[in-house]
Design a protein around this ligand. Sequence first.
Ligand code: G6P
Length: 482
Amino acid sequence: MPQAELVVVANRLPVDRVIDATGEAAWRTSPGGLVAALEPIMQQVDGAWVGWAGQPDLELEPFDADGIHLVPITLTEEEVELYYEGMSNDTLWPLYHDVISPPRYRRVWWEAYQRVNRRFAEAAAAAVAPDGTVWVHDYQLQLVPAMVRKLRPDVTIGYFHHIPFPAYGLYSQLPWRRQILRGLLGADVIGFQREADAGNFRRAVRRVFHFESKGSTILVRSHEEKHPDRDHPSEPSRRVLAKSFPISIDASVYVELAQRADVQARAAEIRASLGDPQTILLGVDRLDYTKGIRHRLKAFGELLEEGRLSVGDATLVTVASPSRERVDAYMQLRDEIELTVGRVNGAFDTLDHTAIRYLHHSYPREEMVALYLAADVMLVTALRDGMNLVAKEYVATRIDDRGVLVLSEFAGSADELTSSVRVNPHDIDGMKDAIMTAVRMPEEEQRRRMTAMRRTVLTHDVRAWSASFLAALNDARGGAAE
Ligand code: G6P
C-alpha cells in the first residue's frame, strides 16, 4: 500500500554509500542542498525519495535513512552509459547550456532515456499515497511527469529544472523536442531558475504545440493540432504553471560553520600554507566546460604576464572536483586545464610561491568553508549556469562582510546577487579588469556590496525556495481543470 504524501524523484538518492572501517557498507546523507531543503518536510509528511545510488548494477531494497524512505532505482552498466553519460550528459547537458560543447544525438541513448524514465515513474507511482504529491527533479527525468500522470491521475505533480532552458533556436535541434515538452507538461507546476528560462520554455511550447498561455500559465490540450483555431474548441485544457523559483542554499549551516573557531583556524592555516599572499583568489567548480575555468585561468595568466599581478602577492586557488569522468568532453577539458595550469605555474612559480594551486578533488563542507574564509576574491566565471550555488555559499560565509564576488552574468545567481562585480567571461580583457577591481577594492565598498548580497542569501534560503514551490503546487491542486 503506497504511503508517502510527498515523493521526490531525482536521478541521485540523497545518500552516499560509504565503506566503514570494518569493511561494511553504510549510507551517509550527502551534503547536497536539495536534501537540506526537503529533509524537514520529508520527515513531517512521511516522504519518500526515488533515485539512483550512483553505482551500476546495484540492486537494493528500499530502506530508511535519517527519517526519509529511500527507494533505490537500479541502473545497469549499459544504462549508465546510454541514459546517464550519453543522453543526459552528452546530449541534454550541452544542448541546454547553449551548445558550449557540441551535443550528440543518438537514437540508442534516447531509447535508454525513455526506458529509465519509465522505471523512475513506475517507482514513484507505486510509492505515492492517494491524492499525494510527486516532485520530479532535473533534466535526467523530463519524461517522468507525464508518465506519472498517466499512471496516477489523482496526484499533483511538480517538476523543477535545475539547469538552464535554452532559446528555441537551439532547443529545436533536439530530435525528440516534442516528446520532451510533452513529458514536462505532465506536471502541474514547472519551476525554472530564471525568468529567462521559463520564458524560453513557454515559447518552445507555443512554437511546437500552439498552446495558448496567459502570463506564466499554459493552457495544455491533450490533442496537438496544427490549426489551434479549429481544433476541439470544447476540449478542456489543463493549466500548467511555468515560472521561476530561484533555488538557494541552507544559509544558516554555512554561517554556523564560518563562526566556528576550528574552521577559522583552518582558514588561517590555508593562508599561511600558501605563503601568506596579499590576495587569495578562489574558484570552486565541478570540472565542467560550462564553468569557464579555462577563461579564468587565461585571464589570471595574462595578468601575471603583464605584471599587473605578481606571484607572492596573489595566488589563485582552483578547486575542480572530478565529474562525469567517462564522458569525452570532460576528459578533454581536464587535459586542457591541466596543460594550462602547468604552463602558467612553470612560467611564474618561484621556489616559495605558486601562481595557481590546482586541486582535482572534492572536499567536505568544513574545508570548503575554510577556503571561502581564506579567499579575498571569489571568481565565478561560468559561461552558462542554472544558478551556481558556490556564489551563494561564498556570500553566506563572509560573516565579517569582507571579500569580493566576481560573478558571471551567465549564472542564474547574477539575477539576485546584483552587488557582485559582474563579468562576461568571454571578454578576457573585461574579466582581467574586473579581477583588478576586485583585488583593489577598498574595504568600505567590499562591506557595502557584501552586506546587500548577504541579506539576499540569508533571507531567500533553500527552505524559502522549497516552501514557495510547494505552495504553488498546493494552489495547483484541484484547480487543474478549466
Ligand atoms: C548539476 C545538475 C544535477 C547533478 C549535479 C552533479 O548540478 O543540475 O542534477 O546531480 O550537477 O552531476 P552528476 O552528474 O554527478 O549527478
